[in-house]
Design a binder for this molecule. Sequence first.
Ligand code: NAP
Ligand code: 8YV
Length: 320
Amino acid sequence: MSMPEILVTDPFIALVHDGLRRAFTTHDIWNADDVETVLASVAGNIRGIACGHTIPFNPDFIDRFPKLEIIANFGVGYDNIDADYAATRNIVVTNTPDVLTEEVADTAIGLMIMTARELSASERWLRAGNWDDNYPLTRGTLRGKKLGIFGLGRIGKAIAQRAEAINMEVSYHNRDPMSDVSYCYFATLADLASHCDVLLCAAPGGPATRHIINADILSALGPDGIFINIGRGSTVDESALIEALRDGTIMSAGLDVFEFEPQVPQALIDMDHVVLLPHVASASQHTRDAMGQLQVDNLVQWFERGKPVTPVAETPWPRR
Ligand code: NAP
Ligand code: 8YV
């Protein structure tokens, strides 16, 4: 029997490519000289796609694959995929939840401490041979500070647990309050920002959250406020953030994600009081292997047993 044909859109870790090649006939476009030529010859036979964040899966792109059954994303965030449209075509979308939660939460806490205590800048100071002059005492501290989490989901909750362990008071904003936590809930992001000292975004991207962190929210956070983003860059109006950092509307920011990755505005790079990471929150070998295995498992389970492991909410399994 012939193996199902799978399109591979991104340069994944070896574990993913090896796992896919064992089970499927794979067509790679991430390294193709002419992607259009590859797509023209194989799109009609493609039944599954292994994707990352490089291609937007909008209706036009999805419709190029008439036999498509499943889109398996590498990552828990899938704002790159129009999952509502995929549902109308009976295509299952899968992501990689849970296996990265603890790693991302560790990174979020690390980024928050780095930002409040200027650890990147003080290391640059040492490397520049300046130890003879004491590094200036930091204005920022987490002592006695309140953490406001925008997006208290799997990752947000793991961050909250860690924040409690370092004695921060935690509150949050989601669209709806959660019944299984005792943290203070704010029905609006503006009220959360006014209440907290550190505003941390662990929310998904997509149209519902685009630019939700704007000049008004940053102004509500205030001149002693710190903004941390581990969620998605699209949630922030990056121009408004740059302005707020320039004019002291907020004190500082720690960013793992950006609006137009991999581009990082020069204005941010030129600022010494912000901490900038290249979207590495889940990027340990351990966690990326677990994500990759789950992506492969979703495709294999679908074609062997007709049952995805981790379908997203828009394309539940069994189908409604
Ligand atoms: P999750 O469990 O689905 O949590 C998302 C939370 O955001 C939920 O509590 C949800 O609550 C809230 N939310 C969603 N839309 C909202 C809106 N419009 N307004 C207010 N709250 C909203 O997802 P997760 O596993 O924690 O992952 C969260 C996100 O982290 C991912 O989508 C991804 O973008 C990002 N991420 C980044 C990295 C990185 O490398 N930096 C790594 C992994 C994940 P309600 O539904 O009640 O509103
Ligand atoms: C990955 C992420 O860096 O899971 C997510 O949503 O943003 C990260 O874990 C990304 O998916 C790999 O490109």
